[in-house]
Design a binder for this molecule. Structure first.
Ligand SMILES: [Zn+2]
Length: 280
C-alpha cells in the first residue's frame, strides 16, 4: 500500500551554531545555483573528495545533524566546473538516486544557501546584514529589520465527485499528462480558502468539505505543499478563464496518464483516491 512516509522518528535535528568539532566525516551539500554536487552514481561526495579538488565555497552554513552526523551546506561559484569525477545535478533528478534522508536535507540546504545568498543586504535600508547567533536569521545592524528563510505555502487538492476525481493539464505538462489542481496560498487567505478559490478560478467548479490530507516540503524553489481532499458542490467545467489547457472528471477505473512515480503528495493523494474507489 502506498501512502505518505512515516514521520517518527525524525532523523534530522536542525541546528544553526557551527560545532567546534564537526566530526570525522560530516555531510556536505554543495550547490552551484540550485544544482547539488554528487558522484556519478548520484551520491553525496565525501569531504575528502571535495577537499581533494580544492573546491572553495563562497559561503558555508551549518544545518544540523542527520542521525548524529553534522551537515553543512556550501554555496559554490555560479560558473564552477564540476571538480574531477563529480557532477552537478538538479535535486528533482535525484529522487530515487540520492539516499532519501540526504535528499530531504538537500531540500533544506538549497533553501538555506539561497536565503543566505539573497539576504546579505537589508531589503529595507541596504545595509550589510549580520547572521544572528541565537536562531536561523539575518538582521540589519542599522534598522534591525529581521530576515528569516521564507516558505511559500501552496496547496494541491483532490476534488472528488462520487468515484471521479477532477484533474487538469497545463500547456507545459508533457503531452497527455494530467494532474491535480494546485496553486499558491495568497496573503490573507487560509489554505482551505485557497483550495476553493483556485479550483473555481481554474475550472469554474465549486467545491466544499475541504479536508486536510498532509503536507510535503517542495523546495522548487521554496514551497510547502499542503494536500487536501474536497468534494464537488456545483458547476460545470470551464477552463477558458485560466491557464489550464484542459480539465475533466476522471473515473477511478479509467484514469488518464499522470506523472509517474511515488515521490510527491500529488501522487499520494491520487493513490489514496484510487484505493478507495478502484474496487467499486
Ligand atoms: Zn536595514
Amino acid at each position: 500500500m502506498r501512502r505518505m512516509p512515516a514521520l517518527y522518528p525524525l532523523p534530522f535535528v536542525p541546528g544553526f551554531q557551527d560545532p567546534d568539532d564537526p566530526g570525522s566525516d560530516p555531510l556536505c551539500f554543495a550547490f552551484r545555483g540550485r544544482e547539488l554536487l554528487v558522484t556519478p552514481e548520484g551520491r553525496l561526495p565525501s569531504v575528502e573528495q571535495i577537499d581533494t579538488h580544492g573546491v572553495e565555497a563562497i559561503r558555508r552554513q551549518y544545518l544540523g545533524t542527520l542521525e548524529g552526523t553534522h551537515c553543512y551546506s556550501l554555496e559554490l561559484a555560479p560558473k564552477l566546473a564540476p571538480p574531477g569525477g563529480l557532477e552537478f545535478r538538479d535535486l528533482r533528478m535525484l529522487f530515487g538516486k540520492l539516499d532519501g534522508n540526504h535528499h530531504a536535507v538537500a531540500g533544506r540546504a538549497v533553501q538555506i544557501v539561497e536565503w543566505d545568498r539573497t539576504h546579505q543586504f537589508c531589503g529595507a535600508c541596504g545595509e550589510q546584514t549580520v547572521l544572528a547567533e541565537h536562531e536561523r536569521s539575518r538582521s540589519c545592524p542599522s534598522c534591525q529589520f529581521p530576515m528569516y528563510p521564507r516558505l511559500a505555502p501552496a496547496m494541491i487538492v483532490a476534488v472528488e465527485r462520487e468515484n471521479e476525481i477532477l484533474l487538469g493539464r497545463s500547456a507545459y505538462f508533457p503531452p497527455g499528462i494530467y494532474s491535480m489542481l494546485a496553486g499558491f496560498v495568497e496573503p490573507g487567505e487560509s489554505a482551505e480558502e485557497a483550495v476553493i478559490r483556485e479550483v473555481f478560478e481554474e475550472t469554474n467548479i465549486v467545491c466544499g468539505d475541504v479536508e486536510y490530507f498532509g503536507s510535503q516540503p517542495w523546495p522548487y524553489p521554496n514551497s510547502l505543499m499542503l494536500g487536501f481532499k474536497a468534494q464537488y458542490a456545483s458547476g460545470d467545467i470551464d477552463t477558458e478563464a485560466d491557464e489550464l489547457e484542459d480539465a475533466k472528471w476522471c473515473p477511478a477505473n479509467d484514469m488518464p496518464n499522470t506523472f509517474p512515480g511515488n515521490i510527491s503528495i500529488s501522487q499520494w493523494l491520487l493513490h489514496d483516491f484510487l484505493e478507495r474507489n478502484q474496487a467499486k
